[in-house]
Structure formats: C-alpha cells, structure tokens
Ligand binder design. Structure first.
Ligand SMILES: [Zn+2]
Length: 566
C-alpha cells in the first residue's frame, strides 16, 4: 500500500525552566480541544515557523546570536535564526512571557514594571496589528535569543496527516514575568516538575505526546536550572529522533526512536509507518529484509549471541539460493533454513568458523549438496575444524551467485579468517561478528588481534554501504556512525588500560587489570573481558608503549624504556 507522505513543517518549541524548592519546574500549557493538532494535550509553548520569522530585519533585533551561528548549530544551510525567533514569538503569544531585553543593546532583562506594556504588545500581536519585528522595534526591545539553547530535534513520523520538524530549546524562565495562557489556543497552564508531569500522565490526568514524554524523562535528571543549561550548552543534540511504530512479539504496537535496536530496520521495512514491522527477533521466523533477501535466526540466544545467530538467504527459484552463516548445529534451524529458501540451496557461505556461525554447514550441505565458501579455520579449539571450503575467496573477490554480486571483504581481527560479504546492489554488508548489535565483539588472542580489528573497521568506512546485516541483531543503519562509535569505544578502553597501568605503578596481570578497566561490565563477564583486554595490551606492546614480563604488564616511558617502579 502506497501512502502519500506530507513534508514536515518547520517548528520550534521552548522548554522554560525555573528552580523551585523541589527541583526544576518546567512550564506547560493545555491546548484547547478546538484545534486540529494536539487537541487537549499538555505541551511546551511553541509552534510552526512563520515567513516573518525569517525576515532580514529580525537579525538586528536578536541579542547575541546571528543566522550563521544559528544555522550551523541546527545543521541547516541558512534560516536557522528563524527557529529561535519562532520559539520566542510563540512563547510570547501563547504564554505572555517574553524572553527579551528592555533595551536596544540587549543587556537589561525585562522585569515586573514591563508587565502593562507587554500585555498591550501581546494583544497587538494577537490582533495582527503589528508583526513581531515591528513590535520589538517600536518598543525598543530585543529578543533574548542568547538565552535559548538548542536541546533536541523531533520529526513527526511519516504517515501522519500533520507533520512537524521541531527544534526544542531550553531557556531559564524570565524571572519577573507572570505567565498567562491566551484562552484561545491554550486553556490552562502550569509549572510542574518533569517527574511529576510524568506521574500525572501515568494517572491519565495529563495528556502528553510522545516527544513531550521523552523530553520530560530526559529532564528528570537535573537538580537545578544551572545544571540543565550547562548540559544543554556542552552537549548539542546531533541526532534527529523520528519515532516509528512497530509490532512487538505480543502483538502490541511499540513506538521506537533512534537508538532503539530495531529502529533502522523498522524504518527500512515499513517506510510509511503502518506499524507492521517487528520490533523483536523471533527464532525460526523469516524476515524479508530486502528484495530476495531473508533473515532467519537460530534458537541460540545468549550473552555472546544476543537474540541468536542470524542466517541470511539470498536468491529465488530461478537463481538458486545462497545461505550466509548457517549457524550452530541445530537440526531445527537447518530445517527452518531449507523451509525458508525460495529455491534450491546452491551455496553456503560462512563469515568465519566460530561455533555459532559455521557448524550447520555440514548438515545443510549433506541435505543440499551446496558448495561451501569461506576461509578455512585457524588451528584453535574454539574453531569449527570440520569446515572445509571448496572455494576460498580472495579479498575483494566478486562472487556472481544467487542472481546478485556478493563481494568478499577480508576483515580479520575478531577472527583471522573473517570475511564480510557485500550485496553490491542492495548495499547491505553481511558483517558476521565483525560488527554486531548491542555489544562489542570479543577479541580473543592469539587468533583475535586488536590492531588488525581496528584496521578492518576503518577499511569499511570507504565502502558503499547503507546497512550492516550483523550476525547478531537487527539491521544497523548509518554504518559510518556505527563504525565511528566502535572505534571510539575501543580508543576509550585503551585509554582506560593505560590509565590503570599508570595508577598501579607496578606490573599487573590482565586478570588484575580487568576490574579497573571494565568497571562498567558485570563481573560475570570479566573472564571474557580479560581476553579483549589482553588484545589491547598486545596492541600497546606492538606500539612499544607497554612491556610484558612473565604475564605482568607495565607502561614504558616515552623513550620506550620500562618505567621504573617507584
Ligand atoms: Zn565469532
């Protein structure tokens, strides 16, 4: 079903915050039931941008920020300042609070003595006797744009009749002004602690939209306005959160935002946002992730495998079917793969030979006679030694199979024989364990190698990829961001290793270091974490930054000599 999608209208919203004896309070208004959008909802002041908000003369009437700065902050080419203007204008229209200065140079805040003229100016604006720019100019006022800090970005999901592309700002509430709803669009107002607003919404006493709920949740952690503003100033929002509907395992509708594991996949599989794509991975249930590409997950969930190992099938009855990573040796899963195949299975490809990825190849080959493709296992006990490939692809070799081009990309690091396969026309990279969702992969020496792993991650940055299809988890969108995050995470871990060694001041074993370096990881996972930690130490040793004697490690000084124990 094709649905027309309306483009979202630019909008601005301001969260006014003030300190109270019980913590931060924010200003909310109840919208009338007479409006079309957000009927009877409690919202922050705000609304759509007017063409007048973009007017050239506004620049001179805004204090402390110009269009160039505003636009770069929002990541738009130009016209960014109009969002600040709209937020301030809407707040004045709806709440009677003018975030402004009472002089033309923008230094003296408005105070209680300004109340009568503000009330008059507000009525002029409501009666459209004056534009906002004319009003500021005539009264020698300035919009206090320097008080508003960009906080978050929400876009109404596709498929809705009215869509907004809304920039949220936070600002300290004007100290000496009294708020008053306009009795037309808004019929009530209140100052409320974010946690209290969420409670009232739970009890059905406030109606809140999804972005409002998420915003209130994010505000609960601030004890005072100063902290909130400091946070907003140092952490500019970069991501656009677009809520998307999906169907959970129990059949209920679930709203997902960026950052939720299934978000990118749901957006790809259900672009008109009907809520039909699944937000859970269920073993044995095939998911059609692209034309003639299916994913079916084995029933081997766990700490290392997430929801289970993903097997991918590509092809049709005409082309024959290629299977990527048949998974662990579970007869039920092998049968499910055969059932799911749209045609005869002719190729079985493995990304690597860890025991949750390749062992089912034997059974599946016995059933189908398919050709085995991959790199042979290195000689370690945690490798599937029964995997004997008939075709060993070279790096960047293009395989013309199952009606598509799959390019093999050698990505050692997690395993020395690790291959990713790029579906060139769909721009989907089957990543095996090179990139997985939800956790970082274990780099287990000697076959696992941290330096090589990081190089293999960087190598993917120049590849034309739209999605990662990992060995564990949902499709991952924005591959470049995912790679950057993984690289940063490893750099962060390495820094912690160096810091722990410096603090110890004497040689330490990997097992001793793990409690310092993996404080954020549950203790039951420390044995595994110690393996990745060892991989970090090996990398640092290759770089001559640490030395090892009898399993104990210490930092070298800058010349590469061992630091003396003090
Ligand atoms: Zn693996």
């Amino acid at each position: 079903m094709q649905q027309t999608t309306v483009p979202p209208r630019p909008a601005a919203t301001v969260i006014l915050a003030r300190d109270s004896d019980h913590g931060v309070e924010v200003f909310m208004m109840k919208r009338t039931t007479e409006v079309v959008f957000a009927k009877g909802m409690h919202v922050f002041p705000g609304g759509g941008l007017d063409s007048a908000d973009y007017a050239q003369e506004m620049t001179a009437l805004c204090a402390g920020i110009d269009d160039e700065h505003a636009s770069s902050t929002l990541g738009v080419e130009q016209g960014g300042l109009a969002y600040w203007v709209a937020a301030i204008r809407e707040c004045f229209e709806e709440a009677g609070l003018l975030i402004g200065y009472r002089d033309a140079i923008g230094q003296r805040p408005l105070d209680a003595s300004d109340a009568p003229r503000l009330a008059m100016l507000r009525s002029h604006l409501a009666e459209k006797k004056q534009s906002f720019a004319e009003l500021l100019l005539g009264a020698q006022l300035r919009a206090a744009t320097d008080q508003l800090v960009y906080y978050s970005h929400w876009v109404t999901q596709p498929g809705r009749p009215r869509r907004y592309d809304t920039r949220f700002f936070v600002a300290p509430a004007p100290a000496d002004q009294i708020a008053m709803h306009d009795n037309s669009e808004t019929v009530a107002h209140l100052w409320v602690r974010p946690a209290q607003a969420l409670e009232l919404s739970q009890r059905g006493e406030l109606n809140l939209m999804f972005p409002t709920i998420k915003t209130l949740e994010s505000l609960t952690r601030f004890g005072n306005v100063k902290d909130l503003m400091a946070f907003a100033r140092t952490k500019p929002p970069t991501s656009m959160m677009s809520p998307h509907l999906s169907t959970a395992r129990d059949g209920s509708i679930r709203t997902l935002i960026q950052g939720d594991y299934a978000h990118a996949e749901i957006r790809k599989l259900d672009p008109s946002n009907q809520g039909i794509a699944k937000s859970d991975i269920d073993p044995g249930h095939p998911v059609n992730i692209a034309p003639q590409v299916w994913r079916i997950t084995a029933a081997n969930p766990g700490v290392m495998t997430g929801p289970g190992t993903n097997t991918y099938l590509i092809g049709s009855a005409q082309t024959g079917v290629a299977v990527i990573d048949p998974g662990p040796e579970l007869t039920e899963h092998v049968n499910a793969i055969v059932q799911c195949a749209a045609g005869p299975i002719k190729w079985i490809l493995c990304t690597h030979t860890h025991r949750d990825h390749s062992p089912a190849a034997r059974q599946l080959q016995a059933l189908t006679g398919a050709q085995l493709i991959g790199m042979p296992p290195p000689p370690y006990s945690n490798q599937d030694q029964d995997f004997v490939p008939a075709l060993i692809p070279t790096h960047n070799q293009r395989l013309q199979i199952a009606g598509v081009t799959l390019r093999a990309i050698h990505t050692p690091g997690h395993a020395s024989n690790h291959l990713c396969y790029l579906h060139e026309s769909e721009k989907i990279l089957f990543t095996g364990d090179h990139v997985m969702q939800g956790s970082t992969v274990v780099i287990n020496p000697p076959d696992g190698d941290m330096s090589v792993y990081l190089d293999s991650l960087r190598m993917l940055m120049s590849e034309p990829i739209d999605y990662f299809a990992p060995g564990h988890g949902f499709l991952i969108g924005n591959p470049l961001e995912a790679l950057e995050r993984l690289l940063l995470h490893r750099q962060d871990r390495e820094n912690k290793v160096v810091a722990a060694l410096r603090l110890a001041g004497e040689p330490r074993s990997a097992e001793e270091l793990v409690t310092d370096v993996y404080q954020d990881t549950p203790a039951q996972r420390h044995a595994l974490a110690a393996r990745s930690l060892l991989a970090h130490l090996h990398k640092l040793r290759n770089e001559a930054r640490v030395s090892e004697h009898a399993g104990r490690w210490c930092l070298n000084d800058v010349q590469g000599h061992t630091e003396r124990t003090r």
